[in-house]
Design a protein around this ligand. Structure first.
Ligand code: AMP
Length: 228
């Protein structure tokens, strides 16, 4: 299953990707997460990307395309992958097509998670994650049961993304509409785009996505078993 989740920042792509990963035994390839790791590691790429990300602009296509090309041939992508945050521009979409066609492959589905902009700003500016296990929380919609303590691992350290402030969020939304939304008609014309209502409850969104996905033909668990 080669799947692309498309949608504005805060639409819930990461949340849905996590739910689909286990079900299909495929990894989430989130370019934003990969870049944040480069920034944290202080690599050359991270130093280049850091300032661009803080402005909410897009990092150069070539850097991103190389990052993904090196990733999709890894063993954990043998059943496919979930792209989250890539491609984000027509040039990246074309590079992805080339990358897949040289491997005799193609995307199976593109899922657009649609959410109104005015809701997104509130969703994003309140979100934070557990530093130890990555569980996601929100100041209003999803507080930990005990304030300051992760529900899942009991850790007390949390992070907020540097680009989740209102000013950067507004510019990320503008970039989405200008550079990423044009991919919707591109995939619609190929008959692989399905739009789900990202304002519905998280479980309902998951159900809508699962209903839109083709049944996986064969899932290799990686330890010699076939899961389906
Ligand atoms: P995200 O975590 O997907 O919201 O991405 C955070 C930031 O990383 C974006 O605002 C961009 O600056 C950068 N970024 C992530 N993915 C891409 C991409 N495919 N192309 C260019 N920049 C990206």
């Amino acid at each position: 299953m080669k799947l692309l989740l498309l949608g504005p920042p805060g639409a819930g792509k990461g949340t849905q990707a996590h739910r689909l990963m286990a079900r299909y035994a495929i990894p989430q390839l989130a370019t934003g997460d990969m870049l944040r790791k480069e920034v944290a590691d202080g690599s050359d790429l991270g130093r280049t990307a850091c300032e661009i990300m803080e402005r909410g602009d897009l990092v150069g296509d070539d850097l991103i395309v190389d990052m993904i090309a090196g990733r999709i041939d890894q063993q954990d992508c043998r059943n496919g992958f979930i792209l989250d945050g890539f491609p984000r521009s027509p040039a990246q979409a074309e590079a992805l097509d080339t990358m897949l066609s040289t491997r005799s492959s193609a995307l199976d589905r593109v899922i657009e998670i649609g959410v109104d902009d005015d809701i997104l700003v509130g969703r994003i500016t309140g979100r934070f994650t557990c530093r130890a296990c990555g569980a996601g929380y929100h100041d209003v919609f999803r507080k930990p049961a005990e304030s300051g303590v992760c529900d899942f691992c009991g850790s007390r350290g949390f992070d907020r993304r540097a680009d989740d402030n209102e000013e950067t969020v507004r510019s990320r939304l503008a970039v989405y509409h200008r550079q990423t939304a044009p991919l919707l008609p591109y995939y619609a014309s190929r008959g692989i785009l399905v739009t789900v209502d990202g304002m519905a409850a998280i479980d309902v969104v998951t159900e809508q996505i699962l209903a839109a996905l083709p049944a996986p033909s064969r899932i290799d668990s990686g330890d010699g078993r076939l899961l389906q």
